[in-house]
Design a binder for this molecule. Sequence first.
Ligand SMILES: [Zn+2]
Length: 311
Amino acid sequence: MNTQTKLAIVAILIVIPLTSIVVYGTNTNQQFSSADNSKLQVISSFNPLHEFSQIVGQEKINAILLVPVGVEPHDWEPTIKDVQQMQKSDLIIINGIGFENWVDDLIDNEYDGLIVDTSKGIMVIKSTDEEHGDEEDSDHHLEGDPHIWLNPIFAIKQVGNIALAFSSADPENGEFYMTNAAKYSEELHELDLKIRNELSTCNKDFIAFHDAFSYFADEYGLNQHTIIQSNDSHGEVTAKTLENVISKARELDIKVIFSEETVNTKTSQIIANEIGGKVLVLSPLEIVSDDDYISKMNQNLEHLKEALCRK
Ligand SMILES: [Zn+2]
């Protein structure tokens, strides 16, 4: 790194604490965070991880969510302001498996906090994105499917990884973090058992909107088919795609076509009309919601039961 870059970074580090007081002066949360240095400053990349961090850290941390409300995290890129905020944090909680494609830039900028990859210890499924061979995407991390949080067993792992990271950054409260994680993991275990039991005797094939449910399907012995053959919900739908999905639905006697909260339901509706079925939401839990992780997963379960457990 040349001297100029180093100076620029030093300048940023010095200027930010000052500007943050000016810019966020009226925001009580920010004032609090700059005043109370005893708390861990934790930034989470997207909503489920933000929720997990808050459950594990509670009042011992200052939790900040990076991707704004209503924004879908797949294609999201941080602004300069976001990067400045990240530079101030003690820990940045990421999903990993290439879901946060901005993380390398942060490392290049000599971020001196801890980047916590919550996918650590999880067996990764190969991404279907690779089949597209899009040149533009070749520098992105497309080595794996990032949607691990939709499998409660892996969510438990992510919660555990967060608790370990908090404990090592703040050993004094280590037991507090580990206890909170253990309690919440019990709830996730119950959720897992419930899904396993309630779907065990039902049909196995479902049509999701984008490829978000591979880990979920693997865990519960289901077969995921998708409208968009991509890990990114913004993939393109062609007439040929529609045709294929319609014939797949007919072949498998599928009567429910899934959609997502953030996408236009028109595509799913066209398919549903064609097969005389209906559209329900199967949420990938990627955007901020009023409901928490467990409630959203229960809603997904209800909709899956409606799709799969017909007599
Ligand atoms: Zn996704």
